[in-house]
Design a protein. Sequence first.
Length: 458
Amino acid sequence: MALATVNPTTAATETIIEPHTPEEVEQRIAAAAAAASTLRSTTFAQRAGWMNAAADILDDQAEGLGELITVEMGKPIAQSVAEVRKSARAMRFYAEHAEGFLAGEPLEDPSTVGASRAWTRYEPLGPVLAVMPWNYPLWQVIRFAAPALMAGNTGLLKHASNVPQAAMFLDTLFERAGFPAGAFRTLLIGSADVAAVIEDPRVTAVTLTGSEPAGRSVAGTAGRSVKKAVLELGGSDPFIVLPSADLAAAAETAVRARTSNNGQSCIAGKRFIVHTDVYDAFVADFTARMSRLVVGNPLLPETEVGPLATRAGRDELAELVDDARDRGATVLTGGFVPEGDGFFYAPTVVADIPDDARLVLEEAFGPVASVYRANDNADALRIANQTRFGLSSSVWTTDPDEEAWFTANLDAGAVFLNGMTVSHPELPFGGIKDSGYGRELAADGIREFCNLKTVWKA
Ligand code: NAP
């Protein structure tokens, strides 16, 4: 199986990269294991110096890297460059804060456990495998790699098969910045080869960002091997609009929440749940804005929505909309594949969706918004929580009681009030239910792949 860059704007195959041979995979795992012993004996200051140097490389090459991302997976160029810069920011964040996040804690009164002293310390685990998706080909990897390397772990990357150029850029990034050879390596392998890497005794843990089926498979293997796993899976986030909200701001943000990254974001607002009192006004404004979006070549600065990353992803999205329409849903705008070779899909709003439609139950990974009319707040919460996913959520209200009630009762890993969900290095990120488990980012993210060691002294 070859790994390939297929430009989603043109459907042309730009680059084919041969996967690593079993011998090359073995060498790379061995290098990661050897580097793990070196890295754990380095200081936070040394690692921070290398991490900041890696961030400098990203900042210096932001424009070129942005173009690489856009050609590989199709997001508008300004968003690609912003992804590079955000990745650099996360690296600097962990360079600065890792030592504080991993400072052990003394037990205040050690006599309660019969000790003269008792304390905890965070230690690295060793090589960690990261199985990553194509939708943020740099950011998803960096938000694992920056905390992992700062904690003294080493990283092995199995990137999505359609972004091999991003994978190969990342393969050398950390070494170029000064990290020991083998501290971070890409494995050019297919998904069928992942289980053997997880089972390898030198690999200590695994993190996967991707779809639910991939998560189940990886977690199963990790479970059988008794290895720690973090899963960041899909989402079908609710975006709830209540009568007291600033409707124009909500509609404007709803469009960005749904179509950023060409609609291929796990934390995109996907289901727009609108209180009946403001439903007609909100949906009319939202639909008008969705229909005005500029769709086209993502390398052009005026483009707001580019192609889907793959033909299969585009076709699957079209099937979801067709299924809803066949079952009686109303397509308010879009709902078609534009003419041309690329993997485009028109920005779409679907209303009156029957409960058995796939669009209600599955994640729509593209610029397709589902709108739901809620009779009251309880109905809005019911619709929001009826999905098996639980990644994030967004609630639009200026009523403090509503704010508190939805915050407490939404089944989600995050609630964003009067704003769209965005990941920040400073805030923990992750989901519940079928959206996965564990957290990335902030202090919680760096502690996931550490041995929290307890020390007791007589
Ligand atoms: P995907 O098909 O699950 O692929 C993700 C990664 O998993 C790829 O590297 C893929 O390799 C690998 N993979 C697929 N099946 C596997 C298996 N059975 N065993 C081991 N590895 C396997 O997902 P995607 O289509 O690239 O990404 C979209 C999904 O990711 C969406 O559901 C989205 O919501 C989710 N996502 C979640 C987050 C989050 O933080 N929660 C963030 C971004 C995306 P191949 O490419 O070789 O198949």
